[in-house]
Design a protein. Structure first.
Lengths: 259, 248
């Protein structure tokens, strides 16, 4: 038992080390501008534009559910007009970036791991290397930069639509006073909440791209290896996002309270 | 010049190369033969730095590439073109984009110039007019040709072929052999072919290296090799299975 636990921990730490080396290599590639700009633009389109539908639907329905639930509780204590304030802060700080990142991890993370994993299995990555092209420059950095840029933009969309949907449900379906709700939301949702959400989204973009690329680049040979890498990319990205979110909330909240 | 000195490589507890040494001169055409699973492809991948040996040296133009990291190896790899057993074409790109890949990445050429070079190279491998096809639309032989076009379009000094005729019918295999000879003669490249196809080895290899028991067992000029009376060499050339041994 002890042996298996030690082996598992050793493998886990080794994997973490390799992931750190991949991050370092990506950073060095980025600062020396070895990025393939054509692929970067394509990835920005794939990660950003093509993810909009799923992210917008998630944002809209999360906003509506959150608005309705908050209203039902607040209505008991005659605080109906505080509903949008709760929705605004929750979406900006937590739900907007986290749910956007989880949806993108499912859609884009799986696609990245499967594509790079298949390239590895069919020797396309070896072919890249023989053509004097570093796989990190060509495959990882465009996806990493695109995800860093796309996630905050998708998060903004998700937050805006979530608040808008919540407003419609609250005002037109549940009968909350529109003006007081809007004013309360603006009073309690500060600029710093939006900034915190965008910082989180920026970091989650990196997490999704890095873990998914890593899983693709290190996947075992064969169809099973690609399948496992795809699953692991989504699962590890999602778990890392949720764990990171807790620590980011503590750290960024502390910084925000000082400012 | 390519030189391997006492190369050793194992995967897990399984040794694959155990003290492999040889030298290939500039412009030479060498066939590396041996039984399936004897480590030919592993050896070939060591020559271009795709695999790192456990011990030993690989010298390319007198420069040892073993201690180099991936970025340092990129410079050395510009001297090489490699044709893979499964072609390894980029399936998200058209034929033209595959062939142009090396040019776009490393040479500052206009799109017109790239288009001209791609068309010329596809003409050379007998695939004119296939620029806009996708790899999935091509037959096995055509994929091999596109792989070769991609490997030679930037005019490397050395071309490595990993089982270029495996899985192809005899007529297509013959056309690939002719193509390898054409590339060798036109571009004056050093050619290293890993194969277990005796006809390919005989036609393309001016010299034949035979791997056996994790080492280079025989190295001689092609005529001399195919006339050899050594029992191990003879058994491989004649393709005779040992009745006491299960060959798979």
């Amino acid at each position: 038992m002890n042996f298996f636990a030690n082996t598992w921990i050793a493998e886990w730490l080794a994997g973490l080390g390799r992931l750190a080396l991949l991050a370092r290599e990506s950073f060095l590639s980025l600062i020396t501008l070895k990025i393939s700009w054509r692929d970067f633009l394509y990835q920005l389109y794939f990660i950003g534009v093509k993810s909009q539908a799923v992210v917008l639907i998630t944002g809209a329905f999360t906003g509506m559910v959150l608005g309705a639930q908050t209203y039902y509780q607040f209505h008991k204590v005659k605080m109906d007009t505080a509903t949008l304030a709760v929705v605004g802060v929750s979406l900006c700080d937590e739900l907007g970036p986290v749910l956007t990142a989880l949806m993108v991890a499912g859609r884009v993370g799986a696609a990245i791991a499967a594509e790079i994993g298949t390239m590895r299995v069919t020797e396309q990555i070896d072919a890249l290397r023989t053509l004097a092209t570093h796989p990190v420059d060509y495959l990882v950095v465009p996806r990493l930069v695109a995800a860093h840029i796309a996630l905050p933009l998708l998060t903004i969309e998700s937050i805006c639509l979530g608040i808008g949907a919540s407003y419609l449900v609250g005002v037109y379906l549940l009968g909350i006073d529109a003006t007081y709700s809007w004013v309360n939301m603006l009073r309690y949702t500060h600029d710093i909440d939006v900034v915190i959400g965008l910082i989180k989204a920026f970091i989650y973009g990196g997490i999704i791209a890095l873990i998914s690329c890593y899983k693709g680049l290190t996947c075992r040979l064969g169809a099973e290896g690609v399948g496992r890498a795809t699953t692991e990319a989504v699962v590890y990205s999602s778990i890392t996002i949720l764990i990171t979110n807790f620590f980011l909330t503590l750290v960024l909240g502390k910084i925000a309270s000082v400012l | 010049m390519i030189e391997a000195r006492n190369l050793r490589k194992g995967f897990g507890t399984q040794p694959v190369l155990d003290g492999v040494s040889f030298r290939i001169e500039n412009g030479e055409s060498v066939a590396i033969i041996g039984r399936s699973g004897c480590g030919k492809s592993v050896l070939l991948k060591h020559l271009i730095g795709l695999l790192q040996p456990d011990a030993g040296e690989v010298l390319i133009d007198s420069e040892n590439i073993v201690p180099m990291n991936e970025r340092q190896l990129l410079r050395v790899r510009r001297k090489f073109g490699m044709v893979f057993q499964g072609s390894a074409l980029f399936d998200s790109m058209t034929v033209a984009e595959n062939v142009a890949f090396g040019l776009r990445r490393h040479e500052h050429l206009t799109e017109t110039e790239i288009g001209r070079r791609v068309a010329e190279t596809l003409e050379m491998v007998d695939l004119p007019g296939t620029e806009n096809k996708n790899p999935a639309e091509l037959s096995g032989g055509m994929r091999k040709r596109v792989g070769l076009a991609r490997a030679i379009v930037y005019e490397p000094q050395i071309v490595l072929y990993d089982e270029p005729t495996t899985g192809l019918d005899p007529i297509v295999s013959d056309s690939i052999d002719q193509l390898m000879l054409r590339v060798r003669d036109r571009l004056k490249v050093t050619t290293v072919v890993v194969t277990h196809d005796m006809r390919t080895a005989r036609r393309v290899g001016q010299r034949v290296l035979m791997m056996h028991d994790k080492r280079i067992y025989a190295s001689s000029a092609a005529e001399e090799f195919f006339a050899s009376q050594d029992p191990v060499v003879r058994q491989f050339i004649d393709g005779v299975a040992d009745p006491k041994e299960t060959p798979f």
